[in-house]
Ligand binder design. Structure first.
Ligand code: GBH
Length: 446
């Protein structure tokens, strides 16, 4: 690895896509407005004990009403790219059928506002808010849901395709698999490993069908998947730890990357699941060809490494953030970006999420001192820059998140934003990190 001294300066490519990211259920609120249907997160967040303090996304950051103000903040920061997600139950309240025009209109206003401010949109089609009606019909355990997703994607491409240069299909299929179906602390709250990997297959299939729908229809723009990748390191150099880390890597990374970019599932994972697993029995002849339909770019989300012991359990090596699962390890950014390029070829990459929660408080003079976020982002951007220097075709980088928001089962306690949201008043205050990011964008580095 190329050493980079703290003396800087680091300069990114002139056209680098400096960005920030959000998702619909986490910021929009307006849960019952303009014909929006219910999603699995409306249901799940109402089950007692499922979210911290019983928090829900009913109001969230009220972005549905305050989007113009939020767009102005993005312009003030100088953002070049804004990644957001489209709420399926706003577009199709029951998950099927004719689109709800009022729901689409919101995204058209948002896209017009981005265009007016010179910010490139990046639209995610699915960030976990499955219409509850489709969950009632089997959810992602049902193969039919993949086809419903392609229909929904087609409706969105038709309505908004003239305004979106980059589409992302499914945000972090792995999180739906692991948190929704293995551990159960995300919607729909299941703990069923056999179901979980069938869900993985159907999410991958849904991605591929949506890619094909874009190519077949009127939609323009580029398209790709959004994966959260975790570098998996053995805790020692014994053959046992090395093998355990390799299999862990299969479940965390290759299950998704290989099927999308090589057209096959990793043999070690398939063997570990076994021929009688619902997933292996659920793979049909053409599925891998659909899943590996050529994409234009790959979106990578990096938060933490995983250290795997000889017996296949995990350990922490580095200080954790306010999110106990997150170890702060900037070199993991370099490792995962260079690894993807090495193993899967020079496909254009974007980082669509990177960030951390900090214990932010608003002081009397309206400042929020989140210096931990500045250090974190500076170190991860330095690692990303090192990857670019090593030949990784990285186009853009999006901080998670633009705004403080509903952090799923953690509710509103964890604050991930560049912008502080005072939920009592919905007032926005730029944190120190936002001021810092603005100068990074203006300078093209730091
Ligand atoms: C992303 O997920 C999401 O895309 C985004 O919506 C979210 O707000 C952001 O990150 C911050 O979390 O409790 O030990 O089971 C990141 C991947 C997967 C990280 C689930 C936390 C729970 C770990 N997340 N994981 S654990």
């Amino acid at each position: 690895s190329i050493p980079t001294g703290p003396a800087g300066p680091l300069r990114f490519p002139r056209d680098f896509g400096w960005g920030a990211a959000t998702s619909a259920y986490q910021i929009e609120g307006a849960a019952k407005e303009d014909g929006r249907g219910e999603s699995v997160w409306d249901t799940f967040s109402r089950v007692p004990g499922r979210t911290r303090n019983g928090d829900t996304g009913d109001v969230a950051a009220d972005h549905y009403h305050r989007y113009a103000e939020d767009l102005d903040l993005m312009r003030d920061l100088g953002l070049r790219s804004y990644r957001f997600s489209i709420s399926w139950p706003r577009v199709q309240p029951d998950g099927t059928g004719a689109p709800n025009q009022r729901g689409l209109d919101f995204y058209r206003r948002l896209l017009d506002g981005l265009h007016e401010r010179g910010i490139a949109p990046m639209a995610t089609l699915f960030h976990w808010d499955l219409p509850q009606a489709l969950q009632d019909a089997g959810g992602w355990e049902s193969r039919d849901t993949a086809h419903r997703f392609a229909d929904y994607a087609d409706a969105v491409f038709t309505a908004l395709g003239d305004r979106v240069p980059v589409w992302l299909t499914i945000n972090e299929p792995k999180t739906v698999v692991q948190n929704g179906y293995l551990m159960g602390h995300h919607a729909p709250g299941r703990q069923d490993p056999d179901a979980a990997y069938l869900v993985a297959h159907h999410l991958q299939l849904a991605h591929g069908l949506a890619v094909r729908a874009l190519r077949a229809g009127n939609g323009t723009g580029r398209i790709g998947p959004a994966l959260n990748l975790h570098p998996c390191y053995p805790t020692d150099d014994s053959p046992e730890a090395t093998a355990a880390a390799r299999l862990y890597d299969g479940y965390e990374n290759r299950l998704y990357l290989d099927s999308l970019l090589k057209g096959s599932y990793p043999q070690d994972v398939l063997a570990d699941l076994g021929p009688q697993s619902r997933m292996v029995r659920g793979i049909r002849d053409d599925d891998l060809a659909v899943i590996s339909s050529p994409v234009d770019l790959l979106a990578v989300q990096y938060y933490t490494p995983i250290y795997v012991t000889a017996d296949g359990s995990t350990e922490h090596r580095w200080p954790t953030s306010e999110a106990g699962w997150q170890q702060i390890y900037p070199d993991g950014m370099y490792d995962i970006l260079t690894r993807v390029t090495r193993d899967y070829g020079p496909i254009p990459l974007t980082v669509t999420e990177n960030g951390l929660p900090t214990p932010d408080t608003l002081t009397g003079d309206d400042t929020v001192d989140d210096s931990g976020r500045i250090t974190f982002l500076r170190d991860h951007l330095t690692a990303a820059h090192r990857a670019i220097s090593a030949g990784v075709p990285l186009e853009s980088f999006h901080v998670w998140s633009m705004l403080d928001n509903f952090e799923w089962d953690e509710g509103y306690d964890q604050r991930w934003g560049l912008v502080y949201v005072d939920y009592a008043t919905q007032r926005r205050v730029l944190k120190r990190s936002a001021h810092w990011y603005r100068s990074v964008i203006a300078e093209g580095g730091f």
